[in-house]
Write a new protein. Structure first.
Length: 94
């Protein structure tokens, strides 16, 4: 992956305000790489430690299993409550 793509993804994630979420697919679309949600996940895993990665959820409103505990705790600290491990549908963007 090229550095320009990484920086676009990082910029999109940095723009997600506290108390709001986005999905990997939405981030990919906004970064100009539609259909590349898995690439967004990879970029955040490899180079996302200093961006609010916890605000990015899977399309179904859940956290990735390997980071679910930490991610849900960070979201809760921002006032975002998951119900049964999922962002309630009424709080998801349309």
């Amino acid at each position: 992956m090229d550095e320009e793509t990484v920086e676009r993804v990082r910029a999109v994630v940095l723009a997600i305000p506290p108390g709001e979420t986005s999905t990997y697919g939405e981030v990919a679309d906004r970064a100009g790489i539609p259909g590349r949600s898995r690439l967004v996940g990879r970029i955040l895993a490899e180079d996302g430690h200093d961006v609010p990665w916890h605000r990015v959820l899977r399309a179904n409103g859940t956290c990735a299993p390997h980071i679910a505990v930490e991610q849900s705790a960070r979201l809760r600290a921002e006032g975002i409550l998951l119900v049964d491990g999922r962002l309630p549908r009424e709080h998801r963007r349309r």
